[in-house]
Design a binder for this molecule. Structure first.
Ligand code: SF4
Length: 303
């Protein structure tokens, strides 16, 4: 079989991305964000108007955002209720005095001591840097470069915090380690990218609080819904949901909007999550879909 040279591969990629531009832009522009925000994890940090509260709640929410929103949301509600003002609570956190407040917390891999460890690590990060954004910037080796190295150091700031008072012997629990996936492990790190999308992107529903990080550097928060949609419209052919897949999907989207490639994430994710896409040819569901012309389930078929 004839092998394609890099130039031809690149030109095919660009042509495919250009074909996606109009339908994706329409999806982004016309999507009913208000109707879906309350079903999304973003609703938790959105409740907090003070940027300091919003920043720490966004990180805690994103860390716990594995599984269905209603399930982790129920556990998160208890933690947030115990905190009052989350930023002030974390700033003054004393595990001997405050750990008891989380005694009823349980969510899949996570137990009360994982929340206590989060509060201790976040308290020390805030004391050292002043904000999570400043911590991220301090570990960013190249503000114009890929986001991976900065995200790695940010996650390590929490993983390598002094937690001897929480984990006797210094061995972090599996649940705590699960809160902070490392880019160097090769996984998609969806929850950390979701946190960055919330903090960095300037347009709603995202917050745009981290003005020192460019949205052009973000990678797509690749969950199962975005993975399915990405395959359906040809953003990737990879089989495994990995960091490389997130890079590939993002680079295709960057060919459409290099300044803000992950702006399509919310709409793509919720289109699939809401049942407006079943990841198969369905005459009723696909009928009004604006992505039909670029969808692999409809390629070569007349609508
Ligand atoms: S055409 Fe159908 S399967 Fe394809 S993206 Fe749209 S709703 Fe999903």
């Amino acid at each position: 079989m004839e092998s394609l040279g890099p130039k031809r591969v690149r030109s095919r990629t660009t042509a495919a991305s250009l074909a996606l531009r109009a339908p994706l832009e329409r999806l982004y522009r016309d999507f009913d964000y208000a109707g879906r925000v309350e079903r999304d994890a973003i609703r938790f940090p959105l409740r907090y108007p003070d940027p300091r509260d919003r920043e720490v709640v966004a990180l805690l929410t994103a860390c716990l955002a594995y599984g269905r929103v209603d399930l982790f949301g129920h556990a998160l509600e208890g933690v947030l209720a115990a905190m009052g003002s989350p930023w002030a609570f974390i700033r003054d956190f004393d595990p001997d005095r405050d750990a008891e407040r989380f005694r009823d917390f349980i969510y899949r891999f996570n137990r009360p001591r994982d929340v206590v460890a989060f509060c201790v690590a976040a308290r020390d990060v805030l004391a050292r840097h002043g904000s999570l954004e400043k911590c991220f910037i301090a570990g960013d080796p190249d503000p114009a470069g890929p986001i991976g190295p900065a995200l790695e150091r940010f996650a390590r700031a929490f993983l390598e915090a002094d937690l001897r008072g929480v984990f006797p012997g210094g061995q972090r629990s599996r649940g705590y380690r699960h809160l902070f996936p490392l880019p160097s492990a090769g996984g998609p790190c969806k929850r950390l990218h979701l946190f960055l999308r919330w903090m960095v992107r300037r347009e709603p529903p995202d917050f745009g609080l981290w003005t020192s990080v460019s949205p052009a550097r973000l990678l797509i928060p690749l969950d199962t819904h975005v993975e399915n949609m990405s395959r359906a419209i040809g953003l990737t052919r990879r089989r495994s949901r990995t960091w490389r897949m997130a890079e590939e999907v993002t680079s295709r989207l960057a060919a459409i909007d290099p300044d803000d490639p992950v702006k399509y994430d919310f709409a793509l994710c919720h289109k699939r999550m809401s049942g407006d896409c079943r990841d198969r040819r369905d005459l009723v569901v696909c009928g009004p879909c604006g992505l039909r012309a670029v969808c692999r389930h409809w390629k070569g078929r007349r609508g």
